[in-house]
Every structure is written in C-alpha cells, then in structure tokens.
Design a protein around this ligand. Sequence first.
Ligand SMILES: C[S@@+](CC[C@H](N)C(=O)[O-])C[C@H]1O[C@@H](n2cnc3c(N)ncnc32)[C@H](O)[C@@H]1O
Length: 260
Amino acid sequence: MPKSELSRNRSSLGHKLRYALRYPGRIPRYLRRAARDNWLGLRHRDHVAYYRAVMAADTGRSPERAVGSGSEERWLALGQMQFDYLVEHGLKPQDRMLEIGCGNLRAGWRFIGYLDPGRYYGIDISPDILLEAQHTIVQRGLQDRLPHLALVENLTLDFLPSGWFTVVHAHSLFSHSPLEVIDECLAHVGRVLAPGGFFDFTYDRTEGTEHQVLREDFYYRTETLLSLAERHGLIARFMDDWERRPHGQSKIRVTHAAAV
Ligand SMILES: C[S@@+](CC[C@H](N)C(=O)[O-])C[C@H]1O[C@@H](n2cnc3c(N)ncnc32)[C@H](O)[C@@H]1O
C-alpha cells in the first residue's frame, strides 16, 4: 500500500471533504450509514451489542456484504486468499482450528472441507451471521465434516479447552474492534492455543494517527498491537508475505513466547 495511504486519517474533516469531492455519488450511502450507526450507537453503548446490531441490519440485506464482500465473486476470492495463505503456511488436515469472527464462513467453508471432521470451531457475536454460516454448510454439503459453530458475547474464550487449538484465525475482526476487545482477545487466546500453535489476525494498518470511522472501522499502528500481545506474554510479528496479497489489511502472527 502506498505510504500516503498508510498515514491517511480517514476520520479527519479534510479527508472526508476530499473524499466527498472525489466520489460525490457515495455521499448518500455514507450519510445513511452514519445516521444508522448513530442511531444504533445511541441504543447500544457497549461495542459488542452495537456491532451485533450492525451485523443484524447488514446481514438482513446481504450476508456477503455484511462480511465485507460486494459480490459472491469477491466473497469466494477473499475466502480463497485466506485459505491459500494458511495452507502455504503449513495448515494440515489434522490441525485444530478456531476461527474468531467466522461470519458466514467465507473462508470457513474451505477450512471445514479441508480439516479432518470436527476440527473446525467458528465463533461469532452475531446470531444472524451464524444462521447464514449454517446455510453455507448446507449449500456446500459439509454436514459430515461436523463443524462447530458457537455464539459468544465476549472474547474470554472461557468455554473452550486449554492448549487445544493449533491454529487460531481472525480475518477482518480487529478492523472492526476497539482496543479493549483486542486486548480481551489477546489476554485469553494464549490459554486456548496449543504449544507450537499460532494465532493470525488481520487489521487495518495506519502509520499515522490511530483512528476510527463510524465506530465500525478501526485503524491501528503495528507497534500498538505487537506490544499489546507482548504485554500478555505472547510473541507477535508482522507478516510481510501477506502484504503481497491484493487485500487492504495487514497481518500479525502471535505465538507462545516459548515457541520462538
Ligand atoms: C468483516 S466480518 C469477517 C468474517 C470472516 N472472518 C470472513 O473473513 O469472512 C467480521 C465478523 O466478526 C464478527 N465480530 C465482530 N466483533 C466480534 C467479536 N468481538 N467477537 C467475535 N466476533 C466478532 C462479526 O459479527 C462478523 O461476522
């Protein structure tokens, strides 16, 4: 991504005005979204409750759009990209995978088909998108792979076994999460991570001021996330090879300190 884009503050008035002049056709959609988000924000002070309401509204219109893909083609391509990356990084059918913020299984259906039965566990805060995830399992004929899907209200992961998951994956989750949600996840993920396992997550990277747009999209500096993981006794590193993919977000890999 060009340097100028990485330091851009999308929440600043200057950026909004420049963007509006460049894409006037997008203004009505932005205003509708801002009004909707303000209304939901007033009704739900807690971020998880608020985002669950955003997902309910978005999923009702289009499950593909709700997870960030404008078309089925993009939905398939984004899932393929996530799947290919992990396979290139050694994902095996015997791995035990936890996908945090699994959505409607954009990548999950590929993991479910690849992993041995019962080895995929997807969690999400949105009941609406989890029902769509079940539809994906039916559409793809994956019932015999026995995937687990669970609704969660936080990321303490307390109902999951210790040291169990060899791969934990969160794609486009922290790009929609305030720092306290990321902190909660990093505080608990080490407990469920098997020795030698890893946790990969994507995030919207800024090299300028950290900021958020419409309480939905959050931009973090890499150092913030690396040091947060380290504060929880984990090792974290920036994944350079992910940058070559045609995807706007960056990726960090977290492991137990002893694994390095
Ligand atoms: C942009 S979608 C991405 C879904 C999936 N990872 C993918 O790549 O298709 C983000 C998902 O994370 C879920 N989510 C948001 N905040 C969450 C949280 N704190 N805990 C668990 N899931 C969350 C949303 O409900 C949504 O399904």
